[in-house]
Write a protein that binds this ligand. Sequence first.
Ligand code: C2E
Ligand code: MG
Ligand code: MG
Ligand code: MG
Length: 287
Amino acid sequence: RAKSLGRGKICTYEPSMDEASRVRAELAIDLKRALAGNELELYYQVQNDTNTGGIVGFEALIRWNHPQKGRIPPDAFIPIAEETGLIIDIGDWVMRTACTAAALWRLPFKVAVNVAPMQLNHDLPRRVAEILNETGLQPSRLEIELTESGIIADRQHALQVVLALKAIGVTVAMDDFGTGYSSLSTLQAFPFDKIKVDKSFVQAVGTSVHAAAIVKATLLLGRSLNIPVLAEGVETTSHLDFLRGEGCDSVQGYLFGRPMPVDVVTRMIDDEKGSRPQGADAHNELT
Ligand code: C2E
Ligand code: MG
Ligand code: MG
Ligand code: MG
């Protein structure tokens, strides 16, 4: 059959496109089952104070253990979850699971939860308030991470959502700072509690003078605006030395720890003797 089309180029190209969309459609169906079937899992990655090295919190990062395909990374299925609307149920599950875990930690570290753009349009503040209520987690221990792509669609509405979240008492971080197309105006309009410098800049500080300048400028900006800055993707001691020298508040990356399953994190916190989380109301739940 391929020969009848000449060289068969079109014939081999088109089926491969069909194949790609077939795989996506299959994943979308599988994802629906994944939620009910306990295939989704949250990992947690530690965040440390740059100066003391003490733990300040953990970011929850979703994992999908597909029964046939194995581990699928979030970048490969979160977009599908957004297209199909499944992100609303998955987002609820992530929020509830992360808050439940953090409420059980022996020390009151913060838990940071990524929120997809679509969640902003589905009653996010009410859902968050309910989950905090249900799980008993103190609102100040929850940090919500938003990317700029979640804000650009309807800035006015996004601002109302952020203000409502802050009214509940949760903090809001701007994730992947510097990768959006109007990061500065977003920073001007939104009362963020933290800026997370994107790992692409952090990881290039040793090899690109431009990346180093961008990280420095972001730290200066944070200082002027009185917003703490966290650097993500810290992999080496030279990354850390640079960030410490430039006054970065907190750090997250493989140098301090990979994302870990909840039982490993819980054990790590149990072993954390005498160390105290940073922050004004950090001692509230300690005896
Ligand atoms: P993100 O929120 O910017 O998360 C940081 C990503 O960097 C994570 O990738 C993390 O594993 C990775 N990372 C941390 N330290 C290092 C390092 O030192 N070096 C390198 N190379 N990478 C590092 P991950 O877990 O694959 O997640 C990718 C993205 O997927 C996240 O980026 C976030 O945008 C999204 N995501 C993850 N979990 C969720 C979730 O529960 N809900 C939503 N809506 N999005 C999520
Ligand atoms: Mg994040
Ligand atoms: Mg990020
Ligand atoms: Mg990212």
